[in-house]
Design a binder for this molecule. Structure first.
Ligand code: SF4
Length: 329
């Protein structure tokens, strides 16, 4: 059997953070013992609130940060052993904000051809041909070649960012909240485009989002992140039908309904998101969990397998005194 196109093995990233002028630096575990596998053509949605570690994961995968522990493998090769340029041929990013991720002083032709120039691929003619073809792929006409980002709409700029990511024909694309800065009407166009491109080129996406509705549209599997840990992973149908972790349930409850009269739904998360420098004892989610018991404050839940993935909650662990058979949140 071939190796997964992307694999994370027990990846952790710890920063030393100083609190106050005279405070001693304290460890902040932004990513804590994360293991994931992505097969070719798969879309893994990575969801969680701001500050849960999603963006640190993206930086590690793009080679912008080195993990403090663990390994990241692309097609079985550890990326720690590859230089940034070699890695950029295989993994490309699409960022959240198409306003700040495109250089306002460069033309669209310059922006999209930049990866080819950095890697010294082709001459001026072949690069222009590649840019025209890639712009066509993302639904932009050739006449935008000599325009600037400021002359384009948000949706068009994000298409330019997608073209820049795809011109190298990468295997993996890290999509970091790629639609959250766009109008709702444009979001679905960009999601459909990403889906079409994935099918055409067999791309593998890690799709980072705080918005479960967006993830449901595109992902084949979902990993739910809380305080740097994956607390539940499952295929998309199972996670949306029968979430097993109380935090997954709370995120699902917070998805806005199409009926505005129902207002913003209650997430049931009473307490604020904890400070990652001083995470709660036992299960890190216990101060916000409607099912928490005293045992949760002193005991860290194990990772237990489920039908299509895994979960970290005492209620789902047959070896825990809190286990409840067939419990659903
Ligand atoms: Fe809630 Fe306890 Fe499960 Fe943590 S282990 S999610 S606190 S029930």
């Amino acid at each position: 059997m071939s190796a997964p196109v992307l694999e994370l093995k027990n990846v952790a990233k710890t920063y030393r953070v100083k609190q106050g002028l005279f405070g001693k630096p304290k460890p902040l575990k932004a990513v804590n013992d994360v293991s994931l596998k992505l097969e070719r053509g798969e879309v893994l949605g990575l969801v969680g609130e701001s500050g849960c570690g999603k963006s640190t994961m993206a930086k590690i995968l793009l080679g912008l940060e080195a993990p403090t522990e663990g390994q990241v493998l692309v097609d079985g090769d550890a990326i720690g052993g590859q230089d940034r340029l070699a890695l950029a041929k295989r993994i490309q990013p699409i960022f959240q904000d198409p306003y700040s991720s495109l250089n306002p002083r460069k033309t669209i032709a310059d922006i999209v051809s930049l990866p080819l120039r950095v890697h010294s691929i082709g001459d001026a003619n072949s690069r222009e041909k590649a840019v025209r073809e890639t712009l066509e792929l993302v639904g932009l006409p050739a006449r935008v070649l000599n325009t600037y980002p400021s002359q384009m709409s948000g949706g068009q700029r994000q298409r330019v960012a997608i073209a820049r990511a795809l011109i190298m024909r990468p295997e993996i694309v890290i999509c970091d909240e790629p639609t959250s800065a766009l109008d709702v009407s444009v979001q679905s166009q960009i999601l459909n485009l990403l889906n079409d491109l994935r099918e055409e080129f067999g791309l593998t996406y890690l799709f980072i989002s705080h918005d479960l509705a967006v993830v449901e549209h595109l992902a084949t599997r979902v990993a739910v992140m809380y305080l740097g840990r994956i607390v539940e992973e499952a295929n998309v149908e199972e996670l949306f039908a029968t979430p097993r972790h109380p935090y997954s349930r709370a995120l699902l409850n917070s998805v806005l309904t199409p009926d505005p009269s129902q207002g913003v739904p209650d997430t049931q998360l009473g307490a604020a998101y904890p400070n990652p420098i001083a995470p709660p004892s036992g299960c890190h989610f216990h101060p916000r969990c409607p099912f928490a018991q005293d045992h949760c404050k002193i005991s860290t839940p194990r990772t237990v397998p489920t039908n299509s993935g895994h979960v970290e909650c005492h209620l789902q662990d047959p070896k825990s005194p809190m286990y409840r058979e067939n419990f659903s949140v």
